[in-house]
Design a protein around this ligand. Structure first.
Ligand SMILES: C[S@@+](CC[C@H](N)C(=O)[O-])C[C@H]1O[C@@H](n2cnc3c(N)ncnc32)[C@H](O)[C@@H]1O
Length: 246
């Protein structure tokens, strides 16, 4: 019988591959300084883009996927830049009519805590939780690469039950494709109808959340997060966006 085992790579081969592609990518430092920023826990001002209607990273599919694996390891799924943080903070301030340091946020499934770290630097109060499901050996996230050291190890629905009465926003960036995020939304609505969810991910049928989530969300309009979406850099072939959900 034919053996297919040589079609699969081991973790070590995968890591060597990533290192090699990173070395190659770093030769072009002008393009990839921002990756080094993420590796050294600095949030880049912005990322080079092709200026299209929806700014998409200026790479072709192949380059994009190898750089993306690195970026996920060190920054996470949503690319956090100073430009994005400025837009996001402005949208939260406009919506709440409060300055950044009076805004309280619960970030669920925060991953490496990059966004939480950046928002805190802008004065926003952030409680960051993750159940560390993604941090298993061989997966994209390592605790060594976390940006903050006070991520609370907690299920996201439990976190909403515990903190929602005191928060203006629940941020969910790139939630997994299961209905935990749907339960986060329904629990939020029950506990504190004033809280808004800020969701970053793809839409109906996309690679984040679930179709049921979008049915529960109802009408989606991205206008309330214009500053955020205008400054957000998305990867080639990814269709994620930011939206405020009530
Ligand atoms: C796709 S990652 C996105 C991480 C981060 N928000 C980002 O944009 O990079 C989803 C994260 O949600 C966490 N997660 C999944 N289910 C969870 C749950 N029920 N409670 C808390 N965290 C959860 C995983 O550990 C992982 O870090």
């Amino acid at each position: 019988m034919a053996s297919y085992s040589n079609l699969f790579i081991t973790d070590t081969q995968y890591l060597i591959g990533i290192q090699k592609s990173f070395d190659q990518l770093c030769k072009n430092t002008a393009t990839n300084n921002w990756i080094r920023d993420y590796m050294e826990h600095r949030i880049p001002e912005d990322i080079p883009v092709k200026h299209t209607k929806y700014p998409t990273l200026d790479f072709n599919m192949l380059t994009s996927s190898s750089i993306r694996s690195l970026a996920i390891q060190f920054c996470g799924f949503a690319l956090v830049t100073e430009a994005l943080l400025n837009g996001l903070v402005k949208d939260m301030e406009n919506y709440t009519d409060k300055p950044a340091d009076k805004i309280n946020v619960l970030e669920v499934g925060c991953g490496l805590g990059t966004l939480a770290c950046g928002l805190r630097k802008h004065g926003v109060n952030v409680i960051a939780v993750d159940n560390f499901k993604r941090f298993a050996f061989g997966s994209s996230f390592s605790v060594d690469n976390a940006w903050i050291d006070d991520i609370i190890n907690m299920d996201q629905v439990d976190a909403v039950e515990k903190y929602c009465s005191d928060v203006d926003f629940i941020i969910a960036s790139w939630p997994e494709c299961n209905n935990d995020i749907t339960r986060v939304l329904t629990t939020m609505r029950t506990i504190n109808p004033k809280t808004r969810m800020i969701y970053c991910g793809e839409g109906y049928g996309g690679c984040t959340a679930t179709d049921e989530f979008f049915e529960v969300v109802g009408d989606i309009s991205i206008t309330s997060m214009k500053n955020t979406n205008n400054s957000y850099r998305k990867w080639y072939n990814m269709y994620d966006f930011w939206v405020m959900i009530k």
